[in-house]
Write a protein that binds this ligand. Structure first.
Ligand code: PLP
Ligand code: COI
Length: 338
């Protein structure tokens, strides 16, 4: 077992022992390869470097209560990478290859999977990049699919503590940019300045609005937005939102708890009517929101007034974590163990 201060680990990159790679060349995928070198060598004319022909995924592995290693829904990430690849004319690995590579990368780096009870997890980053040399704006005919892992702690310093969020109305900088339904690197570069400004003002992240009218809620930084009102779980639907696998899973758990699901356009103006708000994603898990500040309209919306997550957010968080950690039965067959 690697000697990390697991309980105080932040969300960052650490070198591990191995990464797993597979090359697409001459119209077919090759064999899975095991590498120890974290560097990638490619042509300076590779399409990923110039035209952003790349897609990445994010998922996690956990040490379960009984000591098994548990990967959360890797098949869903495989399918999403295939959708992202189609959007930017890449060749994506088939689901079996994707899942096998993820399992192999975790298995080879077992000593980096944080122990049960530490709150940390192994973040898995599958990456697909166009490596063929082009100078015209054309898709590559060669691809590298790579999976690396890194042990991580909470994405927000607060852990499960409620965060403050600022509304971003400058959509020239926003992450979704109308292509949020795919997970490609270019989206994120466009969000860096927005996040930087939010952090400078003391906010944990940004609430992006729809680009056309700036009336509807899109996403909350690198995570989906959700709200609880009465017996309903409300979450925005928009072409600009990345369909979060966490959100999909939480909606299932909300249904199991007898909540109604309202997946629809959500107006910013509805905020005062919500009992609880939060964001959700692989990195963010479920993070309650304490305050949403809309500077343009001089408005502050407050949730979690006593500094604690609301009752339903807490229940959803606990159910979700219990399945990931093997403390509750995996009734929806989400877990792949190795
Ligand atoms: N929204 C964006 C823009 C993201 O990058 C992510 C993270 O992957 C999410 C939402 C959450 O998605 P998931 O729950 O599949 O990690
Ligand atoms: C994730 O939740 O996996 C993300 O991709 C968010 C961020 C680290 C990019």
């Amino acid at each position: 077992m690697e000697n990390f201060d697991w309980k105080n680990l932040g969300f960052g990159y650490h070198d591990t022992d191995y990464n797993v790679r597979c090359c697409y060349r001459d119209g077919k995928w090759g064999e899975l390869e095991t590498h120890t070198d974290p560097n990638v060598t490619m042509s300076m004319a590779a399409t990923c470097l110039h035209y952003g022909q790349e897609s990445f995924e994010g998922l996690k592995a956990f040490t379960g209560k009984s000591g098994d290693i548990r990967i959360f829904r890797p098949d869903e990430n495989a399918k999403r990478m295939q959708r992202s690849a189609e959007y930017i004319r890449m060749v994506a690995p088939p689901t079996d290859l994707f899942v096998e590579a993820v399992k192999k990368a975790v298995d080879l780096n077992r000593r980096f999977v944080p122990p049960y009870g530490t709150g940390a997890s192994l973040y898995i980053r599958p990456l697909l990049i166009g490596t063929g040399a082009q100078v015209g704006v054309n898709p590559s005919n060669e691809y590298l699919f790579l999976v690396f892992v890194t042990p991580v702690g909470p994405y927000f310093k607060s852990g499960f503590g409620p965060i403050d969020v600022i509304v971003d109305r400058d959509h020239d900088r926003a992450a979704p940019l109308g292509t949020g339904h795919v997970k490609v690197g270019g989206n994120y570069a466009a969000s860096l300045e927005s996040n930087h400004l939010a952090h400078k003002k003391g906010f944990s992240t940004v609430l992006f609005l729809d680009a056309a009218e700036r009336k509807y809620i899109d996403e909350c930084g690198a995570a989906n937005f959700f709200a609880i009102r009465g017996n309903s779980y409300i979450t925005p639907v928009s072409h600009s939102i990345l369909p979060s696998i966490t959100n999909l899973s939480i909606q299932q758990l909300a249904l199991d708890m007898g909540l109604a699901i309202e997946a629809r356009r959500v107006e910013l103006a509805e905020l005062p009517s919500f009992d609880e708000c939060g964001n959700c994603g692989t990195a963010a898990v479920l993070t309650p929101i304490a305050r949403i500040v809309d500077e343009t309209n001089n408005k502050v919306y407050e949730f979690a007034k006593d500094g604690k997550a609301g009752k339903i957010t807490t229940q959803l968080y606990e159910k979700y974590r219990a399945i990931q950690l093997g403390e509750a039965p995996d009734i929806h067959h989400w877990i792949v163990t190795i």
